[in-house]
Design a protein around this ligand. Structure first.
Ligand code: ADP
Ligand code: ASP
Ligand code: MG
Length: 243
């Protein structure tokens, strides 16, 4: 199977969590699966970078903000690839542009326009786990773009679509999609499955558990997306058409 997994910031928040992700993807690869891992910046790295940028320029050019913010995801990708390597499995990290992720030129909120998956395929065929920096791409000018806050989800679903993956899993710090934010409402109820339409409606009401464009991609390409906990590994919520 070809599996795309995405790990969010909290899920990679410290060394032990990076190792946890490395252990899971290495286990899948050893079972004979091809694995592409999309990573977010660790913890609240992106917020920290935004704060630091504001110290030097309150209205920094959007192009330079993207160059700066994209580094958070690149660090995660290199770090996870090294953690996988330490477990004795070959891995390679790729930036958005190395992974062939093309976007429009709207810095700070770019839309993925296409993916050239040759490099990823080549690395998978060479037997490696491929770790892709989420949240970023390259525009027609050859400049780094970012996809908007929470955009790593969209990187993962778009890759699953263009690679025709068998599975797309979004690992996060809650164990699925609920009718309300489970951190604010302890009595919220979890969905076993949820349709694209209902998921979009939740997002419009402020549920930032998935990036809106990731659900648009999933619906357009008919990708089933599983949202699940990085800490328990228990089955989560399937976002997709109900059969
Ligand atoms: P990640 O860093 O993994 O991308 P996010 O912070 O973007 O994680 O999304 C996960 C968070 O979304 C959860 O911690 C939860 O508080 C919040 N959330 C808001 N609404 C919902 C909902 N309806 N169902 C699940 N989680 C929700
Ligand atoms: N690191 C970026 C953010 O905090 C992208 C992501 O996490 O998906 O918005
Ligand atoms: Mg998120």
């Amino acid at each position: 199977m070809l599996i795309v997994q995405k790990y969010g910031g909290t899920s990679l928040g410290d060394t032990e969590r990076v190792r946890g992700a490395a252990r899971r993807v290495t286990g899948l690869a050893r079972q004979g699966n091809q694995v592409v891992v999309v990573v977010s910046a660790q913890g609240d790295m992106t917020d920290m970078l935004i704060g630091k940028a504001a110290q030097v320029n309150r209205r920094g050019a959007a192009r330079e903000m993207d160059a700066y913010l994209a580094a958070g995801e690149q660090m995660s990708a290199g770090l996870l690839a090294m953690a996988i390597g330490a477990m004795g499995y070959p891995a390679v990290s790729l930036t958005g542009w190395q992974a062939g992720i093309q976007t429009d030129g709207v810095h700070g909120n770019a839309r993925i326009t296409g993916i050239s998956p040759e490099r990823i395929r080549q690395e998978l065929d060479a037997g490696k786990i491929v770790v892709v920096a989420g949240f970023q791409g390259v525009d027609p000018e050859g400049d780094i773009t970012t996809l908007g806050r929470g955009g790593s989800d969209t990187t993962a679903v778009a890759l699953a679509a263009y690679l025709k993956a068998d599975k797309c899993q979004i690992f996060t710090d809650v164990d699925g999609v609920y009718d309300r934010d489970p951190r604010l409402y302890p009595d919220a109820t979890r969905f076993g499955r949820i349709s694209y339409e209902k998921m979009m409606a939740l997002i419009e009401n402020g549920a930032q558990v998935l990036h809106d464009r990731s659900v648009e991609f999933a619906r357009e390409f008919g990708i089933k997306v599983e949202v699940l906990s990085a800490f328990t590994g228990e089955p989560g919520t399937i976002v997709g058409d109900l059969e």
